[in-house]
Structures are given as C-alpha cells and as structure tokens.
Design a protein around this ligand. Structure first.
Ligand code: FE2
Length: 363
C-alpha cells in the first residue's frame, strides 16, 4: 500500500517563499574561517587528491556553517544556501580549492562523468543536452527536473549568467504526494524499475544502461531518483531494452508536469558567492536557459561537487545499480567513468576511513 510521505523535505513553493530557513548568510567569522582554510591549502602546495581535511582547518564558525548544511539537507527542508562568500576577492582556482575542502569536511566526493572528474565546472562548453551522450551541466539549455547521483550535490556560484539561468528546485517528496492524490493508479509504476542510460559515460566494466526504480521507501525513508533525460536516452539508444509502456510514459509525463507547476517548484536566483547544497534523495533540480556575458571571464561559472556522506539515509536494494552501495555509512553514487586510477581510489579509501564509511563500490 503506497502511502503519503510525511517529511519536512516535502515543501511546496509557498513554504519556501514564506521562510528564510533555506538560506544562511555567512558571518564575517565564517568567511574568515573559510579564507584561512583556503590559504592553508594553497600553502600546502598539495595536489587535489593528496589534500586532507587537515589541510583545510576550520574554526568554530566555519564548522557551524557546515553543520547548518548538514542539518538542513538531512533533517530539514533538504536544501541550504550559504550566502555571501566574497568570491570576487579570490582567484577562481583558489575558490575551487576551497569548495573541494568544504566537500572533504562533509563527506567523500564522487566522480561525475566520463572523465571521472571529482569536481565539475558548470559552464557552457557547447554540450547538447538532448543527445545520446548529453548531460546538462556543460550546456546553457533549460534542464528537466532531475536528481544527481549522490547523497548531496553542492554548487558554488562564481559568476551568475547575464540573464536567466535561475536555479529551480522541487521537492520530490511533495511531488510524489501530489501524484498519489491525483492519480494513485499511476504512482505504483514509479516504484517499479525503469531503464536508465549511462549516456555513454560507463566504465569498461559497466553496462551502458541499468534498471532502478524512481520512487522507493527504505526503513520509512523516501527517496526519488528521476532523470528523464537518461530514461529517454535508453529508449533512443538501446533497441533491446524494454519499451516504456503507455502507463509508464503517462506516469513520467504527469510527474514532470507536477514538478513544473508554479505551486510546486521554487525558483532561486543564485548570486556570485552562493553555495547551494541539495539532498538528492528528496529534492530535484533544474535551471532555466540562460544568456551569457560576452566576456569570457564573466561567463556563468559554478563549481559542482557530489558527495557521499556518512549518515545519509539507507537506500532500497533496487537502487544498487545506480549507487553501487545502498547502505548508510558507505561510499556510494557517482558516475564512475574511465578515469578512475590508483590515485583516485587511494583518495576515496582514505576519505572513507576518515569519515568511518565502508568502501565496497569497486567489488
Ligand atoms: Fe544535476
């Protein structure tokens, strides 16, 4: 029996419009703390995968800001924006390093694509979203609502677009509940497996597609992993996989339509200096199309990190093909890609040990 999900993460847009509890303005002390951590890491002259939490020392205020992200994403609304880091005072490479360090404090960074990049530059690199190998982050297209493949996705906004490029978020918990109310007959199919394409970004040992449910409940905790672009990608690229039934297509169309409603989705203008964090299991994200600045140095630029965190919720066994490990206190998620090396594995193992997490994803 499918039930309505009760959770603080099940907000509707009016709820976010009426509260400021989804953002936190960084105090001067927290900013100073982050800057000290950044300078210490720069002075260490270490490479990305050799850096450690100790290379980014944080004081009370910096740790409190990260705790705020943790609590909001895990027990609160599922979203937190840390606002007001003075990005214009610092070189982009240094900001990137700082964001990496904040990620190390929170969990184990996950690879994000074909090149197994553990940090992505979200900027217009001329990618084509609606193609067999399309991903959203390197285009300027409007994106569908989707979840990334990690417990938390973080964005650091260095430059906002000239126009457009608004960050759109929607609670998958609330959208699930709306769907259950309107079409209980269609919700059940969302708990069954769908075929997702890896968009040509699979590792040599991986299949190019996999099956996972969109909705699941594990130990009373709801999770949604929805990526319509990858479901459509599987239908287009793999004639051997089962065709979507009329009911599945109707369910997907309805869910996408609910997510796009003004009373469901919430539009947030990310400013330079904003750090946005989302719980991918309860939140979906998207963005509007954008127009960029003509000057290359002003182009829209965000750094993106994906994290597995120690006390994230357990996930359903059916999500194993997606996350590789579904237990709590385990490294999971990410797009493995073709760039995993001994150095990146050693890094993941070291970070897993630091956070007391199991590391079973490579079999
Ligand atoms: Fe995404």
């Amino acid at each position: 029996m499918i039930q309505k999900v009760a959770s603080r993460a099940g907000w509707k847009s009016a709820d976010l419009a009426q509260t400021e509890s989804w953002f936190h303005r960084l105090s001067n002390e927290a900013i100073a703390d982050f800057e000290t951590a950044m300078r210490t890491a720069i002075a260490s002259e270490k490479e990305m995968f050799d850096l450690d939490v100790r290379d980014f020392p944080l004081g009370e205020a910096g740790n409190a800001a990260l705790r705020c992200v943790h609590d909001a994403t895990q027990e609160g609304l599922g979203v937190m924006v840390l606002r007001g880091f003075p990005v214009q005072k610092h070189a982009p490479a240094h900001l990137r390093l700082l964001f990496w360090g904040l990620g190390l404090h929170m969990g184990v960074p996950r690879p994000q694509g074909k090149q197994s990049q553990f940090m992505s530059d979200v900027t217009d690199a001329g990618g084509v979203y609606r193609s067999a190998k399309g991903r959203g982050y390197n285009t300027r297209s409007k994106l569908d609502f989707h979840a990334d493949n990690a417990d938390i996705v973080g964005l650091m906004c260095v430059n906002a677009a000239m126009s457009g490029g608004e960050s759109l978020i929607a609670s998958s918990v609330h959208a699930h509940n709306v769907m259950l109310e309107e079409r209980p007959d269609l919700v059940a199919s969302m708990y069954e497996p769908f075929v997702f394409s890896r968009q040509g970004e699979e590792a040599p040992e991986e299949e190019p597609w996999y099956e996972s449910p969109i909705f699941s409940v594990t130990d009373g905790q709801f999770a949604c992993r929805h990526v319509r672009n990858h479901i459509n990608g599987a239908q287009a690229a793999f004639p051997d996989v089962a065709r979507l039934s009329a009911q599945q297509t109707e369910a997907l169309d309805l869910f996408d339509a609910i997510l796009a409603r003004d009373d469901v989705r919430f539009a947030m203008h990310l400013e330079a200096g904003d750090l946005q964090f989302l719980n991918n299991h309860t939140q979906l994200h998207s963005r509007t199309e954008y127009e960029d600045w003509p000057e290359p140095e002003r182009r829209r630029l965000l750094y993106r990190i994906w994290l597995a965190i120690p006390d994230a919720q357990p996930l359903a066994p059916g999500l194993r093909p997606t996350y590789k490990d579904v237990s709590t206190r385990a490294v999971r998620g990410g797009f493995r890609g073709v760039g995993i090396t001994e150095a990146t594995r050693a890094f993941e193992t070291r970070m897993a040990a630091h956070h007391g997490m199991a590391m079973r994803i490579y079999g």
